[in-house]
Design a protein around this ligand. Structure first.
Ligand SMILES: Nc1ncnc2c1ncn2[C@@H]1O[C@H](COP(=O)(O)OP(=O)(O)OP(=O)(O)O)[C@@H](O)[C@H]1O
Ligand SMILES: [Mg+2]
Ligand SMILES: [Zn+2]
Length: 221
């Protein structure tokens, strides 16, 4: 449609034509953002194939993630259209989240990666730059699918909560899906901040993967 220019020309009767980003350029931009976060989506090794169902919980986790992927088209517009992977460090939460992202992007969905801690730190450092703030927050608010990796990692204060609320509440109201990985199990997340927690719960409640127990740390295997 764009003849490989990235832009589609929209003619205007009486004035200059306007330009709109082509779908192919939008996809390219999303890919570039992944690269900037240090993940090459084309060569990433975190796939479903490489995720071993080596014990009961990894088996359930893998099955649930695949089921979510297979049902996605059907549930996408529902209130419950999201997935949460939570609990034990090293249990493969990020691995499965990225596997989902790879598969969604192969299907043409634009998945935006949000490494929670890096993003929050940077946003707070630039708090006085209103334009940067708005631009960054809106990128995560409107993404077709948003992957929030390691939600609530590190020390959390009032402004972290406010930033996350802005993002989650927007997505909640507009039924935009999230893939969340976090060390916090659902109950802790609810106790921690009920406003955000209960919204995440409602969005993810059909696909909550909770992994508990050190024996599930693949890194220590
Ligand atoms: N079932 C599995 N099969 C193959 N590799 C796995 C499996 N689970 C985890 N891994 C690998 O172990 C490492 C740790 O996994 P990952 O980073 O996904 O864990 P995590 O749950 O996100 O941990 P953290 O809470 O520290 O972020 C990665 O290299 C991942 O590819
Ligand atoms: Mg992780
Ligand atoms: Zn194009």
């Amino acid at each position: 449609m764009c003849k490989d220019t990235g832009y589609i020309i929209i003619p205007n009767e009486n004035s200059q034509p306007t330009f709109k980003q082509c779908e192919c350029l939008k996809k390219e931009i999303v890919k570039r953002q992944w690269n900037n976060s240090g993940i090459n989506i084309e060569t990433a090794t975190q796939t479903f194939n490489t995720f071993k169902a080596w014990n009961d919980s990894s088996k359930v986790a893998k099955e649930t993630a695949i089921e979510y992927f297979q049902n996605f088209k059907k549930i996408r517009k529902n209130k419950q259209n999201s997935i949460m992977l939570c609990g034990q460090v090293g249990s493969g939460k990020t691995h499965l989240s990225i596997a989902l992202a790879i598969n969604f992007m192969k299907k043409g969905y634009k998945v935006v990666y949000m490494p929670y801690r890096d993003v929050i730190t940077k946003v707070k450092q630039n708090m006085t730059d209103e334009e940067y703030y708005k631009k960054t927050i809106s990128k995560y608010q409107v993404a077709e699918i948003l992957l929030i990796d390691d939600l609530y990692k590190g020390k959390i204060n009032e402004s972290d909560i406010n930033i996350m609320f802005e993002i989650i509440n927007y997505r909640y109201l507009n039924r935009l899906p999230i893939i969340v990985s976090s060390e916090f199990v659902m109950e802790r997340m609810l106790n921690f901040d009920e406003g955000i927690g209960s919204r995440i719960y409602q969005m993810c409640k059909d696909y909550i993967i909770e992994i508990e127990g050190k024996e599930n740390n693949y890194r220590l295997k």
